[in-house]
Design a protein around this ligand. Structure first.
Ligand SMILES: O=C(O)C1=C[C@@H](OP(=O)(O)O)[C@@H](O)[C@H](O)C1
Ligand SMILES: C=C(OP(=O)(O)O)C(=O)O
Length: 451
């Protein structure tokens, strides 16, 4: 079902990148717009939604459970079922490449007295789902899973679920969100204890939809998030801000391609998402945050980015949650910085669409960059100016392992390397950033895709 013909691609040394670019909608907020809109009891209208494959799979899952979703002009209009009223789907859900879609939906449907089955592509079926299944089991959900709690997974919800108090054992917004969503259809109060803060879109958006949520914070920063189950969710209007994770690609490209000067418009500036900007500024990147404004309860801004002489730094491990998807492209920035960049606290990178720590290290080496892959760290020795960087041999092709971020990060690398950088497959880019090629070429990037 998920077989596709890989599309190899190459990026070449590019002229200075110039112009303005507007990145597509935030993936996390787009998934949640379909989910919460699909569950609310009145109409939700969404503009700026990311129309990537991951998000569209979430929309199809909500439709299969009774939500009505249509598009008029630029607006997605969702008529939800009402909280507690999802219907049993007739077919298994196919979440493709999407960890967020699969894990959050497991939480959303797990506490319903019905049967649901989850599957996905060769990447998703390798990813650990026990992190979501464990709390669901405690709430009374019966689980059938492939070995190691992997997909395909079938859930059978209890008549009435038990509310739990659950301490999230790893820094994961997906796990936090799955438990909170399971709490929506559970009587009483479900509590998530979050020792390390991760992106807070679920809490913020559910409150906006009228769910009763209380958050307390201990002196050490541990958050206790309480959700009252079985309340009503009301539809609302959502303007999805631009995705800061997608913005990371033109951002790093403009810093490393000499002479570049670009503006990235409408990027979400929620502090749980801005770690990459902070880190690149510490490395000496000229990034001015301009036109900071409010868009539907979230800060957004434009980023004025100019090519910069970067220097290697130590990236603090506690910053990881605020830039977790940005490490591949940060490692590429580090490959052009003077000296070494040390990144630590990267254990979660091993369970993304690919083992990103290994994929990045192998890709850098294939393109002449010295680096060291630790168990949960990465050290990159930069080559300012990119002299000698690029494919070390005719066979040096970056293996992307069905991972969109590995594909995009290494295409960015090729734009500033002396020699071309080749990747084995650009197809997965459509999962999160279908406009990537057009947007980067519009700024002047030299990318070729074999058709
Ligand atoms: O909640 C979300 O929308 C996401 C959470 C993160 O995953 P983890 O919760 O596994 O860290 C992130 O990597 C993913 O792209 C989106
Ligand atoms: C980790 C990611 O996504 P997901 O977990 O939703 O597949 C990502 O987009 O980088």
């Amino acid at each position: 079902m998920h077989n596709h013909t890989p599309k190899p691609a190459s990026a070449h040394k590019s002229p200075p990148l110039k112009g303005n670019a507007r990145v597509p909608g935030d993936k996390s907020i787009s998934h949640r717009s379909f989910m919460f809109g699909g569950l609310a009891s009145s109409e939700t209208r969404v503009t700026g939604l990311l129309e990537g494959e991951d998000v569209l799979a979430t929309g199809r899952a909500m439709q299969a459970m009774g939500a009505q979703i249509r598009k008029e002009g630029d607006t997605w209009i969702i008529n939800g079922t009402g909280n507690g009223c999802l219907l049993e789907p007739e077919e298994p859900f196919d979440f493709g490449n999407a960890g967020t879609g699969a894990r959050l939906t497991m939480g959303l449907v797990g506490t319903y007295d019905m049967k649901t089955t989850f599957t996905g592509d060769a990447s998703l079926t390798k990813r650990p789902m026990g992190r979501v299944l464990d709390p669901l089991r405690q709430m009374g959900v019966q689980v059938e899973a492939a070995e190691g709690d992997r997909c395909p997974i079938t859930l059978r919800g209890p008549r009435t679920a038990n509310p739990i108090s659950y301490r999230v054992p790893m820094a994961s917004a997906q796990v936090k969100s799955a438990v909170l969503l399971a709490g929506l259809n559970t009587p009483g109060i479900t509590t998530v204890i979050e020792p390390i803060m991760t992106r807070d879109h679920t809490e913020k958006m559910l409150s906006g939809f009228g769910a009763k949520i209380e958050i307390e914070e201990d002196a050490d920063g541990t958050r206790h998030i309480h959700i009252h189950g079985q309340g009503e969710l009301r539809g609302r209007t959502i303007e999805v801000p631009g995705d800061p994770s997608s913005a990371g690609f033109p951002l790093v490209a403009a810093l490393i391609v000499p002479g570049s000067d670009i503006i990235i418009e409408n990027a979400l500036m929620n502090p749980t998402r801005t770690g990459l900007i902070t880190t690149l500024q510490e490395m000496g990147g000229q990034i001015d945050i301009i036109n900071m404004r409010d868009a539907g309860g979230e800060d957004v801004a434009d980023l004025h980015v100019r090519a910069s002489d970067l220097k290697g730094i130590v990236v603090p491990p506690d910053r990881a949650p605020s830039m977790i998807d940005e490490y591949p492209v940060l490692a590429v920035a580090a490959a052009f910085a003077e000296g070494e960049t040390y990144m630590d606290g990267l254990d979660e990178l091993r369970v993304k669409e690919s083992d990103r720590l290994a994929a990045v290290a192998r890709g850098l080496k294939a393109n002449g960059v010295e680096c060291h892959e630790g168990e949960m760290s990465l050290t990159v020795k930069g080559v300012p100016g990119g002299k000698g960087l690029g494919a070390v041999s005719a066979q040096a092709v970056v293996e992307t392992h069905l991972d969109h971020r590995i594909a995009m990060a290494f295409l960015v690398m090729g734009m500033a390397s002396e020699k071309a950088v080749h990747i084995d497959d650009a197809t997965m880019i459509a999962t999160s950033f279908p406009e990537f090629m057009d947007l980067m070429r519009g700024l002047g990037a030299d990318i070729q895709v074999s058709e």
